[in-house]
Design a protein around this ligand. Structure first.
Ligand SMILES: [Zn+2]
Ligand SMILES: [Zn+2]
Length: 281
């Protein structure tokens, strides 16, 4: 199972030269299964880079887009997603219902006048919308297994787990989660997502803040990089990639955070735009 990071920035995209080592595009990640499955996690501005990669690299023009939630930094890339304007492609957009909205209604709104010139009925791709059950579910997507649970965040958010039983690879993707404000039940559900059916190989987790800055941003819906290490070790994962980097943190600041995280636990690193991983069991 291959994982490609199109965007790792939180809150808003940044484009200054001293932000480009870690990358300025907001959240979008592509998971490529061995059997040709293409699962995209979130539709931030990093989605544009994923669109080019998808069109260039696959014989089967189908992709599944799983949305964690609809804050704009996770949705801004959708209107300009290449695949939506390509009639050869079938794109399924799936998420649990959020704020009483089905995924189809969210996409209709984001593409509606006066926000975007091409409305839903003018797109060329075959679009399919799926409302996932809120929790306690597993979905098979060809040879991949998908699981998810709700996590603590304003307006809610879901974390997803992708397993590839054929290779033993497993990923938990948990952007936008405030670990320190989570209830016991939310913590238990999330740790279970990481632990079952076996401890995940890789956790990608929101670590926008640090313990030193968190008190100013309590209730904003994000974790600290130190929380990422704590969760990773509790969940028994082998590696954690910290993501959703604050738009104020330039490359020098993120490099210092990464050094501190690696000193605390050698299995930690910061996610970067353009990073590609070949994940095994
Ligand atoms: Zn976000
Ligand atoms: Zn959010």
């Amino acid at each position: 199972m291959k994982i490609y990071f199109g965007g790792v920035r939180g809150t808003s995209a940044v484009a200054q030269a001293d932000f480009l080592k870690f990358g300025g595009e907001t959240t979008a990640v592509l998971v490529e299964g061995r059997a040709g499955e293409r699962v995209v996690l979130d539709a931030g501005t990093g989605l544009r880079a994923l669109g080019s990669r998808l069109i260039a690299g696959t014989a089967r023009p189908e992709a599944l887009l799983l949305m964690t939630h609809y804050h704009l930094d996770h949705l801004m890339g959708l209107p300009a997603f290449d695949l939506l304007y390509n009639k050869a492609w079938t794109v399924e957009i799936a998420a649990p219902r959020r704020e009483a909205l089905e995924p189809a209604e969210v996409v209709r709104r984001i593409l509606s006048k006066p926000f975007w010139p091409m409305q839903l009925d003018k797109l060329h791709a075959k679009l399919k919308f799926t409302t996932l059950p809120a929790t306690d579910a597993v979905r098979h997507y060809r040879s991949l297994e998908l699981r998810w649970c709700a996590v603590h965040h304003p307006e809610g958010c879901h974390a997803y787990r992708v397993d590839e039983p054929a290779s033993g690879a497993s990923l938990v993707f948990a952007t936008d989660m405030e670990w320190r404000a989570s209830t016991e039940a939310e913590r238990r559900d999330f740790l279970n997502l990481c632990l079952l059916p076996k401890p995940a190989r890789l956790l990608v987790m929101d670590g926008q803040f640090s313990r030193a800055t968190y008190t100013r941003f309590k209730g904003w819906g994000h974790s600290t990089w130190e929380d990422c290490l704590e969760v990773a070790q509790k969940a028994g994962v082998r590696e954690v990639l910290i993501t959703h980097h604050a738009p104020q943190n330039n490359d020098a600041q993120l490099t210092e955070i990464e050094k501190a995280a690696r000193r605390a636990w050698s299995g930690a690193a910061l996610a970067r735009s353009g990073m590609e991983l070949d994940l095994h069991g």
